[in-house]
Ligand binder design. Sequence first.
Ligand code: TRP
Length: 451
Amino acid sequence: MSQQTKNLPQAEPTDGFSKSGFIISAVGSSVGLGNIWRFPYLTSQNGGAAFFLLFTLCLLLIGLPVLLAELAIGRGGRGNAASSFQKLSGKKAWGLFGLISVLGSLLIMSFYGVVTGWTLHYSVRSFTGFLNRQSDYAASFQSFTGSGYWPVFWEIIAMAITCWVVAKGISGGIEKFNKVLIPAMVVALLVLMVNALTLSGAKAGIDYFLKPDFSKLTPEAGLLALGHAFFSLSLGMGTMVTYGSYVNKRQSLKSASLAVVGGDLVYALICGLIIFPTSFTYGLESQQGPGLVFIVLPAAFHAMPFGAVLGGIFFVLLAIAALTSAVSMLEVPVAFAMEKWKWTRTKASVAITAVCVLLGVPAALSAEGPWKGYVWLGRTVFDWLDYTASNLLLPFGGLLVTLFAGYVWKTSSQEAELTPFWSRVWRWLLRYLAPVVIVLIFLYSAGLLRF
Ligand code: TRP
């Protein structure tokens, strides 16, 4: 850190989180479509319980230290995802690297907004009798996404809600939104879990999910578990840097990080306790993405007692999880535009939402939609957005965070308020373990490394 930045008085932000509001909002950011959409599929394809164990290890050994680093960078630098790095290092180049995470957030936002739109559509649908009627749920999903305009319509609704929350600011928007919705989501989750555990296939499902069979593990599973830990904790895209910049000095970043990692883990555990008993009871395969959540689960809800109500609860829960993550993603470019171009919050929110909607239109049309056939190098537009952001930008952003907090910013552990012992552990994880493992993932997902 340069002398100059060290001596600058650090102003408290004018708008910021309250103590509990910050923890709830950070949990809201991390818990999202990743937990419900990706996690069950990855688990079922990669050794069940053994994969869950690996994911837990990754969350604790890599996710936790990187999360603490991102929060400390945000609070220490008191700026957006790009300027925090620049202020703390005194070097312009670091600001440029931070810019990558701002752009990455825009990219992720564009397809995340599309899927959030699907969850809203299914929430509304399940309260209008969709799950009562016997229907071919695969065909109805295809006719929805294939129509072209409906997914775009719902994407616009999802982005408008996200924009409205972000435009209202941190304490009056994001924090309030999370404080109302996250407790509701927890109640819904518990209702669904209790119901799933009473199903006839519950024992088989739980055994599969919680009794590890290490023979099924592959080296690939380790990398997937790590990548998912990043996605699930909202790391590598400046989300937690930006949230950290709205936190005051009285907040303990350590306890907040532990709460977020603990919350994400428990949420993943409960999601598993819902999905696996359900799919074992109804003999449905836990497959990825659209198939699992929008085709397989409606069929299960249709068949189960009180399924129409429970299904409605499930889709509302899914929509809440998605929206509370979406606001954290949109906040990254909005904070950037407000600081960089001195835009008002409303102007920044509306302009960036418009960009995300536009970027989302091709994503909406290409995910199972009319543009599904436009494929370049084996991927649709939707897949390209997802692939570039999740597999390339995300590990790259995460790597820079470890290097920055481990090597460049010398007083990072002071900002993280660590005792000398934990400071040494944290630095070791950031300097050695995390970067090495992240480089492995990066090479792997870029296709340069195969096991
Ligand atoms: N963590 C969220 C989820 O599990 C998604 C998310 C929010 C995210 N912000 C992010 C993912 C930043 C990567 C980077 O759905």
